[in-house]
Design a protein around this ligand. Structure first.
Ligand code: PLP
Length: 430
């Protein structure tokens, strides 16, 4: 797979380099130079999830990874179930939260971790990532205890759910967590800035596990095929994707680009609505980030959106026909949770928001699938408050709920992060 830096198309790298470096020059995102159409989509849809995913990833990545290695990487990364139950109203939920950190981020984080382990040349390596709630846990669990690799996770202090925090800030070992007194956009900016700092890059052997890393995106392409395999007619299929940093939806649009012939896709956001306003007005006008009950999407500078535009501009994807975007507020989200609960389906706030966007938009003759991105128990407080019910904790959360949070706290400046990363002895480099 040849990739270019979107900011500097003359900078070209292989998949291996793109995964290892995370970001190109001037914080430019890597993106494939070209895509080929799959030749037998119908045949692929008949296959099981893991063999189909291996075929899709082989098609995307090419022969940079040997067939045996890819088989091992994919089957150990995707070693948990996914489900596509049909609801009373005829829509389907694509449940992506049955992995170890109970969110869809497990697909990308585990695949990326395995790729990096495959490409790792033995030097020190630090995975630096910012999380709006779920990436942190997925990445931390994917690398926990891996020799030679340190993980540093930044998150906006007080802006993720208490159980989300427990899931990755209580591990210790090679996982270090930093609570930043700022919003997620600032955390993400601090991570990106670290990539421009030669000393940090060298000292730590920096890599990023945010959705800026192409490995995460290609992994996420796979489950769109699983939904397509479940519906009666792919040509009528409409996806609704709860969107924050727009990595998940980029993956869905890549699936379309390589030939999965679904009809259209909805990017559902909360009131942090930079993209819906952009699609309506053509103006890129981010506002201050607002805290909502769908905190994993409290992002006003969606990092992956340039990749979405790239699919339109350079790869011929008809975005105007394919992509729409809706913003919903907390009240609408709570109402959606109650409606779903009434219909016998318990959804986390992000998934409920995506269902509502679908429900508002679906036309006769279309088949809707909404992506369920997190396990409802991760948002216990919101569920109890909204639905007035108590729900049992799955074992993953039961195990960590009484543990101490080990995070340090820093102000939201790059200087503070720099001091924390370089000035401390607690980072193990080997
Ligand atoms: C990360 C996340 C999202 C947003 O996904 P993006 O790829 O950032 O758009 C939505 N829901 C949940 C639960 C998440 O953790």
């Amino acid at each position: 797979m040849q990739l270019i830096n979107i900011k500097h198309p003359s900078e070209q790298v292989t998949f291996r380099e793109a995964v290892r470096r995370g970001l190109g020059r001037d914080q430019g995102l890597f993106f494939p130079q070209s895509f080929q159409l799959l030749d037998d989509v119908e045949g692929l849809l008949q296959e099981g999830f893991v063999p189909r995913s291996i075929a899709v990833l082989r098609h995307l990545i090419g022969d940079e990874i040997s067939a045996d290695s890819l088989q091992n990487i994919v089957s150990s990364a995707f070693d948990f179930p996914l489900a596509v139950p049909r609801l009373e109203d005829g829509t389907r939920a694509l449940e992506l939260f049955h992995g170890p950190s109970l969110a869809f981020k497990d697909f990308g984080a585990r695949f990326m971790a395995n790729c990096l382990a495959e490409f790792h040349d033995g030097g020190p390596m630090t995975i630096l990532t910012a999380t709006s709630g779920d990436t942190g846990a997925a990445v931390a669990h994917a690398y926990y205890g891996q020799p030679g690799i340190s993980v540093v996770v930044l998150y906006p202090k007080g802006k993720i759910s208490p159980l989300q925090e427990k899931l990755f800030c209580t591990l210790g070992g090679n996982v270090r967590t930093i609570a930043v007194e700022a919003d997620f956009d600032t955390c993400q900016q601090m991570v990106k800035q670290s990539f421009d700092d030669e000393e940090i890059k060298r000292e730590l052997g920096l890599n990023s596990a945010n959705s800026i890393n192409i490995a995460r995106l290609v992994a996420q392409v796979c489950y769109y095929f699983e939904a397509a395999a479940a519906v009666d007619d792919v040509g009528k299929l409409v996806f609704s994707v709860p969107s924050g940093n727009f990595g998940n939806i980029t993956a869905g649009l890549i699936a379309r680009t390589i030939g999965l012939p679904y009809r259209r896709v909805i990017a559902a956001t909360n009131v942090n609505d930079t993209v819906p306003r952009f699609l309506a007005s053509g103006k890129w006008d981010p506002k201050a980030t607002v805290t909502t009950i769908t905190n994993a999407m409290d992002i006003s500078l969606p990092n992956n959106f340039p990749r979405v535009l790239e699919l339109g501009e350079r790869h011929g994807l008809p975005l105007a026909d394919l992509l729409s975007s809706t913003s919903l507020d907390d009240e609408q989200t709570r109402k959606a949770m109650r409606q779903l609960d009434g219909a016998g389906y318990l959804a986390d706030p992000h998934s409920a928001l995506a269902w509502k966007a679908l429900d508002q938009s679906l036309e006769a003759g279309e088949e809707g699938v909404f992506l369920c991105t997190a396990h409802p128990a991760k948002f216990l407080e919101v569920i109890e408050e909204t639905l007035g019910i108590e729900i049992p904790l799955p074992p993953e959360l039961e195990e960590v709920k009484d543990r101490d949070v080990l995070s340090s706290t820093i102000p939201g400046t790059f200087e503070a992060l720099r001091g924390e990363l370089l000035g401390s002895e607690s980072i193990e480099l080997s």
